[in-house]
Write a protein that binds this ligand. Structure first.
Ligand code: GDP
Length: 223
């Protein structure tokens, strides 16, 4: 690599701490219940969305890596919250995918306790990213999740995933429909069309998440 290029990349990383943080993400632990959560440390970003929505692809796109650093289908880790350390920048929590039509009431209750416990109890939670499929946003499960976010003080961001599968007109419609529905439900949030495949929305999302990481101070010692 030419030194000129190196300087350019370094400067880019400096402007985008999230990119660097995600590149250095290190798996910490999986939690199946609130008691298993790792201690709070630094601002935490949470990612949520129904199974197959494109969450791990989005995380890898945001990290600028091809290698599957974030793989939500790791056996044994699909029903847990998976925590990652982002170096000095903070933490990331990958929430379990929801929305399998076949899940039993018992599974749903466990999920509710885990996610509900996380969202309402995690004091270092800086922001929550909810991924919804751009082709069918705001499913009943998405709405259920959004209702949970209502009382949570953390920032919110909605990503409309797999946007490359939509035509230009469909994208405009999906964006307008989602924004209007969120406004109507008084659940204000930025909404971004996102594609891990084309890279659409990646930069915009990084910029937003950078702000979240920088605004939130780590908890005081002893709290
Ligand atoms: P997760 O279960 O939410 O983590 O979803 P994955 O990231 O594993 O993606 C599920 C499927 O959707 C895979 O087959 C991906 O290749 C595909 N996928 C993910 N993101 C995109 C995208 O932006 N565009 C397209 N066309 N397919 C995607």
């Amino acid at each position: 690599m030419e030194s000129r290029d190196f300087i350019r990349i370094s400067a880019f990383r400096h402007r985008h701490p999230l990119l660097s943080a995600l590149q250095h993400a290190r798996f910490l632990s999986s939690a199946a219940s609130v008691a298993d959560f790792p201690p709070e440390a630094g601002p935490e970003l949470a990612f949520a969305g129904r199974s197959n929505v494109g969450k791990s692809s989005a995380l890898n796109a945001l990290a600028g890596r091809r290698r599957l650093a974030f793989a939500s289908k790791t056996p044994g880790r699909t029903q847990t919250i998976n925590f990652f350390a982002l170096g000095e920048a903070g933490r990331l929590a990958d929430l379990p995918g929801y929305g399998h039509a076949s899940v039993s009431q018992a599974v749903r209750a466990t999920w509710d306790a885990l996610i509900g416990g996380y969202l309402t109890g995690r004091r270092t939670l800086a922001g929550v990213v909810l991924l919804m499929d751009a082709r069918r946003p705001l499913t009943a499960n998405d709405r259920h999740f959004l209702e949970w976010l209502r009382p949570v003080a953390a920032a919110r961001l909605v990503l409309l995933s797999k946007a490359d599968k939509l035509s230009r007109a469909e994208r405009v419609k999906a964006l307008a429909h989602t924004r209007a529905a969120l406004d109507k439900a008084a659940l204000s949030s930025p909404v971004v069309l996102f594609s891990s495949k084309s890279g659409e929305g990646v930069e915009e999302t990084r910029a937003l998440l950078d702000r979240w990481l920088q605004n939130k101070k780590p908890p005081e010692k002893g709290n």
